[in-house]
Design a protein around this ligand. Structure first.
Ligand code: ADP
Length: 392
C-alpha cells in the first residue's frame, strides 16, 4: 500500500502457548498507544483456534485503534531462552527462528510458543524487521564462575548445563531506571534487583551489567516462588526418584506446580498467603517467612559478590505492591545497613519511589517493571544501530 506512509510505531508481541499479548508504542517518544491480548488460544470456546488466527484478531484490534500494519517500524518479540546462541537483540531470519525452536530443549514451555508467534507475525508484517529480545540476554555478561555449575565440563558442553538466568529484560529495565534516579551513568551503577512475581529472581548488577542471578539453567532455581521451590538439594530429586518411585513427569509436576508458597501452605498467590497468615494460619506464616528469608539471603550473597551496593530494587507483582514483604526482606538485612521507612514503604507508588529511611546505607527503590517498554526500546535501538529500517 502507500509506500509513503510514515512508519511510526513499534509493536511488541509476547506469544505464549495459549495467549498473545501485544503493546504498541510510538517509535518517536516510546509512549504507549495500544495494548491488549488474545487468550485461551486453541481452547474450547477460546477467541482463536491457533496463533495465526490470534494475530489476525490483533491486526483487527490495531486497525480499530487507527494503527495500520504499514505504520510499523519493527516488531519486537519476547523470547524466553536464547541459550548461548543469542546474547543480544537479534533480527529474526529463517536460521534464527530455527535456532529459537532448537532451544526448546532448554525451555519446552516457552520457546516453541515464542517461535510460533514470530512465525505468524513475519507473515502478517513481512516488510519490516522482526527483532527477538531474550529473557536470558542481560545475563550473558555473567563471568564463568557465576554461570558454570561444578559439574564435569563435558556435561556443560554436551548438554548446555549452565546458569542462564531469566527476567533479564526486567532486571535491565530497573537497572536503567535506578541509574536515572541516582543521577549516575548506567555503567557506574551497582545494585541488587529483586523481581518478585509468580516467578521470582534476584540479579546482581555491577557497572550496569548482570554478574549473577538466582535462576539457573531453568526458571526453577533460586528464590521461593508461587509454585516453584527455588533452591533445593539436588539429592532430594535422586531420593524421590530412587526411593519413592517419582518419575521425571512426577518430579516436573512437583517442582513446577506443587512447590513454593503453594507447597508450603496450599496457596500460591501471595495475596492469599498473606490473608491466611494474617488470620493466624501457621503454614502461611512459615511460607511468608521462608519467602522473605530466602530473598534476603540472596541479597546478602550478592552484596558480598558486588562489594559496593548503591541500591536494592523491588519490582514485579509482589515487589511493587506489597509493603509487608518488602519490609520482611529488608528486616533481615540490617547487617548491610539497610533500613526501610515504614511510611514511605506504605505510600502509593505511581511511578516508582524510594522507601529507605534517611539513615539507610543503601538506597531502596520500588520500580514498576516495564518489560514491553524495554523490548520496544531495545528493538528500536537495534534497528537504528543496524540501519535496518528499510528491508532489502
Ligand atoms: P508474573 O510473574 O505472572 O508476571 P506478577 O509480576 O504479576 O506475575 O506477580 C504476581 C504475584 O504478585 C502474585 O503472587 C500476586 O499475588 C502478587 N501480588 C499482586 N499484587 C499484590 C499485593 N498487593 N500484595 C501481595 N501480592 C501481590
Amino acid at each position: 500500500m502507500a509506500a509513503s506512509t510514515p512508519a511510526h510505531h513499534v509493536l511488541v508481541l509476547n506469544a505464549g502457548s495459549s495467549s498473545i499479548k501485544y503493546v504498541v508504542f510510538d517509535a518517536g517518544d516510546l509512549s504507549e498507544r495500544a495494548r491488549g491480548q488474545v487468550e485461551r488460544i486453541g481452547e474450547p470456546g477460546g477467541e482463536a483456534g491457533n496463533h495465526r488466527q490470534a494475530l489476525a484478531l490483533i491486526v483487527d484490534e490495531l486497525g480499530k485503534a487507527g494503527i495500520d500494519g504499514n505504520d510499523l517500524v519493527a516488531v519486537g518479540h519476547r523470547v524466553v531462552h536464547g541459550g548461548e546462541a543469542f546474547t543480544a537483540p537479534t533480527r529474526v531470519n529463517d536460521d534464527a527462528l530455527q535456532t529459537i525452536r532448537d532451544l526448546a530443549s532448554l525451555a519446552p514451555l516457552h520457546n516453541p510458543a515464542n517461535a510460533d508467534g514470530i512465525e505468524v507475525a513475519r507473515h502478517a508484517f513481512p516488510g519490516i524487521p522482526h527483532v527477538a529480545v531474550f529473557d536470558t540476554a542481560f545475563h550473558a555478561t555473567m563471568p564463568a564462575h557465576a554461570y558454570r555449575y561444578a559439574v564435569p565440563e563435558a556435561v556443560y558442553r554436551e548438554h548446555g548445563v549452565r546458569r542462564y538466568g531469566f527476567h533479564g529484560t526486567s532486571h535491565q529495565y530497573v537497572t536503567g531506571e535506578t541509574a536515572r534516579r541516582l543521577g549516575c551513568p548506567v555503567d557506574q551503577v551497582n545494585l541488587v534487583s529483586l523481581h518478585l512475581g509468580n516467578g521470582a529472581s534476584a540479579c546482581a548488577v555491577r557497572g550496569g551489567r548482570s554478574i549473577d542471578t538466582s535462576m539457573g539453567m531453568t526458571p526453577l532455581a533460586g528464590l521461593v516462588m508461587g509454585t516453584r521451590p527455588g533452591d533445593i538439594d539436588p539429592g532430594v530429586l535422586l531420593h524421590l526418584a530412587t526411593s519413592a518411585g517419582y518419575s521425571a513427569d512426577d518430579l516436573s509436576a512437583l517442582l513446577n506446580r506443587e512447590s513454593g508458597l503453594k507447597g508450603l501452605c496450599g496457596a500460591g498467590d501471595m495475596r492469599e498467603v498473606l490473608r491466611r497468615s494474617a488470620s493466624g494460619d501457621e503454614a502461611a506464616e512459615l511460607a511468608v517467612r521462608k519467602f522473605c528469608y530466602q530473598a534476603a539471603k540472596q541479597v546478602g550473597a550478592y552484596a558480598a559478590a558486588l562489594g559496593r551496593v548503591d541500591a536494592l530494587v523491588f519490582t514485579a507483582g509482589i515487589g511493587e505492591n506489597n509493603p509487608e514483604i518488602r519490609a520482611g526482606i529488608c528486616a533481615e538485612l540490617c547487617a548491610l545497613g539497610i533500613h526501610v521507612d515504614p511510611k514511605r514503604n506504605a505510600a502509593p507508588q505511581d511511578n516508582g519511589f524510594a522507601i529507605h529511611a534517611s539513615g539507610s546505607k543503601i538506597v531502596v527503590y520500588v520500580i514498576p517493571t516495564r518489560e514491553e517498554f524495554e523490548i520496544a526500546r531495545q528493538t528500536l535501538t537495534f534497528v537504528e544501530d543496524t540501519g535496518s529500517f528499510v528491508t532489502p
